[in-house]
Write a protein that binds this ligand. Sequence first.
Ligand code: HPA
Length: 249
Amino acid sequence: MNLIAVIGGMILKDLGVIEGASPQEVKTVYGSCTFFFKENIVFLPRHGERHSIPPHRVNHLANIASLKELGVEWIIGVNSVGSLKEAITPDYLLVPDDYINLWNIKTFYNEEAIHITPGLSEEVRRILISSLKESNIFNYQEKGVYIQTTGPRLETKAEIRMLKSFGDVVGMTMASEATAAKELGLHYASLCSIDNFCHGIGRAPLLQEEIKRNLQGKAGKIRQVIEKAIAKLGEAPKISKEPSLFQGT
Ligand code: HPA
């Protein structure tokens, strides 16, 4: 059975999946990360065990390198996002098919001119989408462009007016995870939880408490989808492909 990783934020506690599991640590040359093992699943809280690491300080390289070290090939990210579209309301789940991350790009390649072609795993996306369907969840989008901002603050209204011509949702973590995973040849896709309208899109003022409340409200649905997806990925054939690399001169 394949080893599957789930990288999540505050939702991991609400999912109840790490209850009873004891934290373990992996050390890599990029830093260390804490994770929880359950059967063939590695739960990795990206903001640390006590949710004390803000988004701009998450050590994505240590997290992804640790998973590689543990022998993980398949990764599901659970990422909280704001919606740039009135039609995608804060009760939706979304499986992005692409992302924009033009700044603050994390990379393992600081000493070599290696340029991967970024993208999300189609295999993991397909499994997440079929798991959403089988869970009888209707409020979901099977495509969308994720735009990553740096955080920790939310965006200004003017920033959101600019970003909404280019994408569907905004978050602070997924693109870095996807890029780092692709650089190490791991298969990564994300189940995004739409937890608010981005600043200026909705009528109500945007507050962190609202984001947290909406995310917690979807914990049951997210858990159902993740459990189904893990079961399918657990049986997926091993495809240890090397990442497609373009090596510069
Ligand atoms: N912006 C950035 N990140 C987020 C948001 C948002 O509105 N909601 C949840 N994560």
